[in-house]
Ligand binder design. Structure first.
Ligand code: GDP
Ligand code: MN
Length: 377
């Protein structure tokens, strides 16, 4: 789950990280009011769950409350990378001397979290990572020992941070680590962490990704979810306990089991197709779950064919077939469907589907080839 900048900064603030004292607004007049309360220059920032807002014109400086209102009007009417802006954050404007990157994420290869920083922070950090990766300094954190003081200092030295900031930088690193750990985050990032002209550090941007599988431990964080900003299918899938991830291809895949779902996607690609999604309906999926899965797949207008790949173990093929039939009655899809059913009660499942207008296949290779051909036709 992605958090908005304003939500991430609220959390960072609780962990002692210095963040600007701004507030979020849903209308331009609210933005004006916040600007009046803050006094002086403000920065009006679009709150959308994508990066690169600055470059897209979604971050603007305003000298007066009136200007803040005008900018909020403009920004609230924008779309950034396809996402409509529904909220803006109004923060007091900062006088920036230097922009630093600071972030913690999981390094799967090292099997531990990694703290990263760069003196070349700001909007071009991706470019830095690509062209001059040596400018990004990293230390791995032992999850049992936690972040040690010397590690934060090593980073400070690595990015040539003037010594007068080391103490505050260390506190920010520790705060970020605690926030990452206690919220079960997979990313906690400040870009930019700035050196202000007033000789202080401040977190001007914030980004957190939380591990969905740990959200049950954090009801107060789970409530921060902004369903408006999610791909609609993903919200629906969560409701039915389906693992669904939307992708860019045109072959909808409905599979039981995550491993089998990945294999199915690979085989679709092998035969020249592109999967429209990853979808695991899980073991023992009931008819209504299957129906929900089918509705989700069909709500994607890119889908030109559907491939059902069901391996009946705990899941019974006849139950899946009933789910498919229920869903077909409801949604009446006009697109070709290919189904491969094997395992428990497969015979019964195939018999049930015999009357439905579906192509059947014996092997996965056969099924994938038929689905790819159907999507191209
Ligand atoms: P992003 O583009 O989505 O990462 O949004 P950021 O919050 O990082 O803002 C992008 C850039 O806007 C920052 O790197 C800063 O250069 C600039 N910026 C953000 N807030 C302020 C501010 O209060 N004052 C000034 N002068 N610049 C700011
Ligand atoms: Mn940023």
């Amino acid at each position: 789950m992605k958090l908005h900048e304003y939500q991430s900064k609220q959390i960072f603030g609780r962990y002692g990280i210095p963040v600007p004292k701004g507030r979020v607004a849903a209308t331009a007049s609210e933005a004006r009011q916040i600007a009046e309360e803050l006094g002086g220059r403000v920065v009006v920032k679009s709150q959308v769950l994508v990066g690169g807002r600055g470059k897209a014109g979604g971050i603007r400086l305003a000298k007066t409350p009136k200007e803040a209102e005008d900018m909020a009007t403009q920004i609230l009417g924008m779309e950034i990378k396809g996402l409509p802006v529904r909220k803006v954050l109004v923060d007091p404007a900062a006088n920036i001397d230097q922009e630093i990157y600071l972030g913690i994420t999981n390094d799967r290869t090292a099997r531990r979290p990694v703290l990263m920083a760069s003196a070349a922070g700001g909007v071009d950090i991706e470019e830095v990572a690509r062209t001059t990766p040596e400018k990004i300094i990293k230390v791995h954190i032992d999850p049992l020992l936690g972040l040690r003081d010397y590690q934060a200092r090593d980073i400070a030295v690595g990015i040539d941070l003037p010594k007068q900031y080391w103490k505050q930088f260390g506190e920010i690193c520790h705060g970020l680590w605690q926030a990452y750990l206690e919220c079960d985050a997979t990313l906690a990032e400040i870009n930019p962490l700035v050196i202000l002209k007033e000789k202080q550090l401040a977190a001007l941007d914030g980004k957190m990704l939380l591990d969905d599988n740990a959200l049950f431990r954090h009801p107060e964080l789970a409530e921060m979810r902004d369903a408006d900003e999610e791909a609609p299918g993903e919200t629906e899938a969560r409701k039915y306990g389906l693992s669904f991830i939307k992708l860019d291809g045109n072959i909808g895949c409905m599979v039981n089991g995550a491993g089998l779902a990945m294999t199915t996607m690979d085989i679709v690609k092998l035969f020249g197709g592109e999967p429209a999604n990853f979808l695991d309906i899980g073991g023992g999926a009931s008819a209504d779950k299957v129906a929900a899965a089918l509705r989700i797949i069909l709500s994607d207008k890119n889908v030109k064919a559907i491939l059902f790949n069901v391996f009946g173990g705990i899941t019974r093929c006849d139950e899946v077939a009933r789910g498919i039939l229920t869903a077909l009655e409801e949604v009446k899809p006009q697109i070709p469907m290919v189904v491969r059913l094997v395992g428990t009660n497969a015979e019964e499942g195939r018999r049930l589907l015999a009357d439905a207008d579906m192509t059947t296949a014996e092997t996965l290779a056969d099924a994938a080839q038929k689905a790819v051909a159907a999507a191209k036709a």
